[in-house]
Design a protein around this ligand. Structure first.
Ligand code: KG4
Ligand code: ZN
Length: 345
């Protein structure tokens, strides 16, 4: 089954052709990140207009690279939410027009579900620790598994019991993990998006230099605004001379902040796996590109005898391949499918 998938929920315009929910024939991503940098974040109306400019060439490029003709496409998948409504409409209109003109089904996909399915793409994804686990032969996570979904807008621990069967065990009570990275980076004058910048700076710093709080709300919930405020307070207490952190102080701040966020994410995920008798933990969402999160989850997972699944970098941040994978396991949607800003899974 060949699926043409389209993703426009935020600031990436992406189209992909995916075979049988696993094999990525093409995955084209046009990012607006450089364009929005001057605003320090995404401007929704401008994002929607940028999607309109590039959606057609992005889809054409994905079709060309896949080597597949439109007539061979069996279904068209598209993200319907959560996301920026103006941006979602662009992808939805394109997908509906193509599906309608080809006489093929339209499959609406929840963006968060798409991130989880990045773990099912047949690629060189990093599968770790599987040797230590009996009966764990497949390269995709075995059900049931725990998924730590960490993106710019969401931080969730999800029990994935089967295809389309999810139980949200916990979520953030305030800032999402990616949002905390972005806000701290903005406060430190580092630019946008903050995650990759802090990740890079942290490599030069000492994660033990400053002990930031590690909030552990009850159950599997998270809270990151306290860590963010702790960074702000720490910097504000510095003398006037050094109040714009630079050099060693800056890299130590980045490393210590990142360590606090990662400690909380990893410990809660592993605890969920243990308490719900899961043998596998999977990462999903933009923050799963974070190098410390990847290495610490692998290391701690190994110690606990768990298989840890981490999508390759290109499928961690927003992309259409993950949408094509999720769509393979879903039923077709009605053509009245509408965008939803805050859809839950
Ligand atoms: O999933 P995503 O691409 O978009 C949303 O659906 O939100 O996630 C974007 C988020 C941003 O907050 C960005 O700062 C964060 O992922 N991010 C990272 C890294 N790369 C992207 N956070 C920490 N470390 C990274 N290397
Ligand atoms: Zn996303």
């Amino acid at each position: 089954m060949l699926i043409l998938a389209i993703e426009t929920s935020c600031d990436e315009t992406s189209a992909a052709v995916v075979r049988d929910g696993a094999e990525v024939l093409s995955n084209v991503i046009s990012s607006q990140v450089e364009f929005h940098k001057k605003y320090g974040g995404i401007v929704p109306e401008l994002a929607a207009r940028k999607h309109i400019e590039v959606i057609t060439p992005v889809i054409q490029e994905a079709m060309e690279r896949s080597g597949v003709g439109f007539k061979e496409i069996d279904a068209v998948a598209v993200t319907y939410g959560p996301g920026l409504v103006g941006s979602l409409i662009v992808g939805l209109c394109a997908a509906k027009a193509i599906a309608w003109s080809l006489g093929k089904p339209l499959i609406g996909v929840n963006h968060l579900e798409g991130h989880i399915y990045a773990n099912f793409l047949n690629s060189k994804s990093e599968i770790l620790n599987t040797k230590q686990i009996p009966n764990q032969k497949s390269e995709i996570p075995n059900f049931p598994f725990i998924c730590l979904l960490v993106s710019g807008g969401h931080t969730m621990i999800i029990l994935v019991e089967g295809h389309g069967k999810y139980k949200t065990l916990g979520r953030t009570r305030d800032d999402a993990a990616g949002e905390a990275f972005d806000k701290v980076a903005r406060f430190l004058g580092l630019g946008y998006p903050g995650g990759p910048i802090i990740d890079k700076l942290a490599k030069e710093g000492n994660p033990k230099a400053i002990r930031f709080t590690r909030p552990m709300p009850e159950g599997y919930d998270f809270s990151f605004s306290g860590i963010k405020t702790a960074v702000v307070n720490y910097v504000n207490k510095l003398s006037v001379v050094s109040c714009s952190p630079k050099g060693e102080l800056l890299v130590n701040l980045a490393a210590s902040f990142q360590q606090a966020v990662v400690d909380v994410l990893v410990e809660k995920s592993l605890r969920a796996a243990k308490e719900l008798n899961c043998r596998s933990v999977a990462l999903a969402g933009g923050v799963s590109a974070n190098s410390l999160l990847r290495s610490q989850l692998q290391q701690r997972g190994k110690e606990e005898g768990l298989a840890v699944h981490i999508p390759p970098f290109e499928y961690c941040t927003d992309n259409a391949a993950m949408i094509g994978c999720a769509a393979y396991h879903k039923k077709p949607s009605d053509f009245t499918l509408a965008p939803i800003a805050s859809a839950r899974i």
